[in-house]
Design a protein around this ligand. Structure first.
Ligand SMILES: C[S@@+](CC[C@H](N)C(=O)[O-])C[C@H]1O[C@@H](n2cnc3c(N)ncnc32)[C@H](O)[C@@H]1O
Length: 372
């Protein structure tokens, strides 16, 4: 296991290099796109909002220690897991897994994940989780689909943290209380029941076909009295002042791709709109379910400094890797060699940088307790 990445604390991302800046100056709310001045300040979004490929590689697994049961859950890293699929120069998780997860697992995408982690920490005032768990009660945490890690380890050095993912995406050097496992969260989980104080799942939109089943698995492994927290985003870009142009790239490219790919792939990119977190947790048996919802700006356009910071980092996340967020979806919906992709990327970047456009996405955290 010497080479095996094992999870962890993500280091703070460097400040984004995007050109927009946060400002708290007062300005007139502009109602229509046509009326908006380039530098005019939009209305403040209130947050939180109380509720309401393939170049196929040789995947012959003859040397693998995994055996032939690809559908089993927890596995150690084998050579085949490291045999990434490549799509137009970007790498994706191994075909060993049955899943078709849509973002690459390379450094460029992991940078975006680190920036995402940062804006979500700003959004939650530096809290990693919202359930009322005291530090001393946090003995064991499971983070499914962990990506580059959830940063709990340093803050809770006595907590045992297990992070899982399809790809070995965690940094190589991690604190000793962190363990990383290659695991497909859509397959039956192999952990013993009743052991985790917190099951954490964040930004799994596009990864899960059956959310109730996901929460059933979480319920089984949670200890009685333990908690499950789900944080999700609907990546559809909306605006309250009609500044997202109906015929622009945000709408006809980004929103269209996520909508259509969701249908084709049989996964939801609209977890919030479809209410899948609360519904799944209720059906799984969790109680004391609570939630908090936000609108997160795609850019530093809000007057509120905290939201502007969130927006600046969200914009940086997207500008850093618009391709990574869309390439697989484009190929799925439009076909691999469909013309126009690069032009859409360029328009998308231009719209993301425009201060006339006051786009936002929805984020919702839902948490529930397993009864004693
Ligand atoms: C958008 S990233 C979020 C990472 C992390 N949870 C966070 O919030 O920073 C989604 C992660 O889920 C992982 N993932 C997708 N499908 C998965 C599956 N079926 N099993 C395990 N991990 C999966 C991806 O590899 C990726 O690292």
């Amino acid at each position: 296991m010497a080479d095996q990445p094992t999870t962890s604390a993500t280091s703070p991302p460097p400040p984004p290099t995007v050109s927009t800046t946060a400002t708290a100056a007062t300005a007139q709310h502009q109602e229509t796109q046509g009326d908006v001045e380039e530098d005019a300040e939009p209305a403040l979004i209130a947050a939180p909002v109380p509720e309401d490929e393939l170049d196929e590689e040789d995947n012959d697994d003859g040397d693998s220690a995994l055996g032939s049961d690809a559908a089993s859950s927890t596995n150690s890293i084998s050579a085949s897991i490291m045999e990434y699929r490549t799509i137009q120069g970007r790498t994706y998780h191994s075909e060993r897994h049955n899943s078709s997860y849509f973002t690459p697992n390379d450094d460029q995408q992991l940078q975006s994940q680190d920036l995402t982690h940062h804006y979500l920490m700003v959004l939650l005032d530096n809290k990693l989780f919202l359930p009322p768990i005291k530090g001393e009660d946090l003995q064991k945490v499971l983070d499914v689909g962990t990506g580059s890690g959830i940063d709990l380890a340093d803050q809770y050095p006595h907590t045992e943290i297990i992070g899982t993912d399809l790809s070995p995406t965690m940094p190589l050097w991690v604190p000793p209380n962190v363990k990383f496992e290659i695991d497909d969260l859509t397959q039956p989980w192999t952990w013993a029941p009743d052991q985790f104080d917190l099951v954490h799942a964040r930004y799994l939109f596009g990864a899960v076909a059956d959310w109730t089943e996901l929460f059933r698995q979480a319920y089984r492994v949670c200890r009685p009295g333990g908690w499950c927290q789900s944080g999700e985003a609907d990546v559809e870009i909306l605006s309250d002042d009609n500044t997202v142009p109906p015929d622009g790239a945000m709408n006809t490219f980004w929103n269209m791709l996520y909508r259509e790919a969701g249908r084709k792939l049989g996964v939801s990119f609209q977890v919030i709109k479809e209410g899948l977190q609360r519904k799944g947790m209720e059906e799984a048996g969790f109680v004391d379910i609570q939630e908090v919802s936000y609108k997160i700006p795609c850019g530093a356009w809000p007057q509120d400094p905290k939201l502007a910071e969130v927006g600046m980092y969200l914009q940086a996340t997207m500008l850093n890797d618009v391709e990574g967020y869309t390439l697989f979806l484009w190929n799925t919906v439009m076909g691999e060699n469909a013309p126009g992709y690069q032009e859409h990327l360029a328009y998308m970047r231009r719209e993301l940088k425009s201060r006339r456009i006051h786009g936002y996405m929805k984020v919702r955290y839902v948490w529930g307790r397993k009864p004693e």
